[in-house]
Design a protein around this ligand. Sequence first.
Ligand code: NAD
Length: 455
Amino acid sequence: MESQRQIIERLRAAFQSGVTAPLQFRLTQLKSLLSLLEDNEPQILEALQKDLAKPKFEAVLSEIDMVVNDLCYTINSLPTWIQPSYVGKNLATKLDDCFVRREPLGVVLIIGAWNYPLQLILAPLIGAIAAGNCAILKPSEISRATERLLAQLIPKYLSQECFAVICGGAEETKSLLENRFDHIFYTGSQAVARSILQAAAVHLTPVTLELGGKCPCLIYGRLDMLAAAKRLVWSKFFNAGQSCVAPDYVLCTPEMREELLPAIAKALSIFYGSQPKQSEDFSRIVTDRHWDRLMALLGKTQGRVVMGGEGSKEDKYFAPTVVVDLDGSDALMQEEIFGPIMPILTIESLEQGITFINQREKPLALYVFSDESQVVNMVLERTSSGGFCSNDGIVHMTLPGLPFGGVGASGMGSYHGRWTFETFSHRRGCMLRGWGLERISMLRYPPYTESNLSW
Ligand code: NAD
C-alpha cells in the first residue's frame, strides 16, 4: 500500500507536470464531481443516515444540493474567473501590461469535520479543483460511513493522479501534517485548529480555518412570535443542533421570553410531534462520547430545563431541550454546545444584549430577530461576526455569493462560490514591460540630482 508520503509525492509530480492547469481539465473534473453526486444519491443518503440519522430532506438540502449549486455556479463562472484582471496604471507604467493572474497553489490538504461530512469535504474541493490544484482529502473518521463512501467514490470519478482520499483520525492527520502542503483547509474545533496552525508553521503553509463558537440569536422588538419560534427551532434543531452556525443561545427580554416559550413548544410539536424520539425528522447525536458530553453539560447547568432534557444513549437520541434562568457564567455558556440544547438568557435592553455579545469571542454567525430595521442595523453596526443574518438562522450560508467563514476565534479565511476559488489561488501581480521609453526610465537612475525628484 502507498504511504502518505508516496501519495503526496505522486500528486506533486502530477501538479508539476501541468496537467491541472488547462481550463478544460478543471471543468471536466468539476463535471465529474457533479456526476458523482447525481449517480450516487441513494448511497450518500444511506451513509448520512448511518452516521447521523440525517432526515432525507436535511441531507439533500445541506449536503447534496448545496454542493451541486456551488458546482454549477463554479462551472458556469470559471471561464470568467480565470481571466486576468487588469489594474489601473500611472504615467510611468502607461505602456506596460499590468494585471493579476490567479494561479494554482500546488498540492493542498482539505481536512473535514463530521457534522456535514460530505459537504465539508466537497465544497472546499470545488475551489481547489477550479483553481487548478491537486488535493488530498481527509474526511472525519467519526462519520465513518461517509468517510468510507468518499474513499470509494473519489478515485472512481476524479483523476487518481491528482486527487486522493486519506482516511484516519488524529494520529493519521498528525503524520499527514508533517508533510509540506501548499495550503491547508481545516474545518473543525478551535482546540485542534491550534495544532493545525503549529504544524503549518513548520513549513510556513497558509491555512484556512473554518471553526465554531457560540452563535447568539438576539430577539428584540415586536414580532410574529410563532413565525420567529419556527425559524429559531428549525435552525437550532436542524441536524440535532450539530451545526457550526446553529444559534447557540438566545437573548431576549423577560417579557419576550414569556411569549417565546409557548411558541417554541408549539413549533417543536408541529415539527417533531409530541414524541420527537419517534420523529424521522430529528437527527441523532454522532457518537456516545458526544452524547455523554451533552448530558454532562446539561447536568452542570444552574438553569431550569423547561423542555426536553431527556435522551436515550442506546440510539443516541437527545431530546430538543430548552433551558432558562441562567446567566453568562453558567456551564452552558462556557463552550459551544453543538447539540440540541437551547439556553435562553434574559436582557433588560438592546444595549445590554450588544454588550453581552461583544464581551465574548467573535461568533461564526450572529442572528437578530426583529421587525424594526433600526434594531437590525444597530446590531449589525455594533458587533462583529463571521456572517450575519436577520430574522432567520443558518440560511445565509446557502448562498454561494456570500463569503462563508469566521473572524477572530471563529476562524480565518472564507469560502463558497468565488471565495473558494480565491482561497485556493495565488493572486500573482504581473507587470509585462517592453523596452520602450528608455529616456523616461533614465530619469530614475543614479547619480541622483534634484531633477530626479521631479520625475
Ligand atoms: P475535530 O476538530 O475533532 O475534527 C475535525 C478533523 O480534525 C477530523 O478530520 C479529525 O480527524 C481531525 N483531527 C481530530 N483531532 C486531531 C488532532 N489532534 N490533530 C489533527 N487532526 C485532528 O472537530 P469535529 O468535532 O470533527 O467538529 C466540530 C467542530 O467543528 C465544532 O466546533 C464546529 O463548530 C466546527 N465546524 C465548523 C464549521 C465551519 O464551517 N466553520 C463546519 C462544521 C463544523
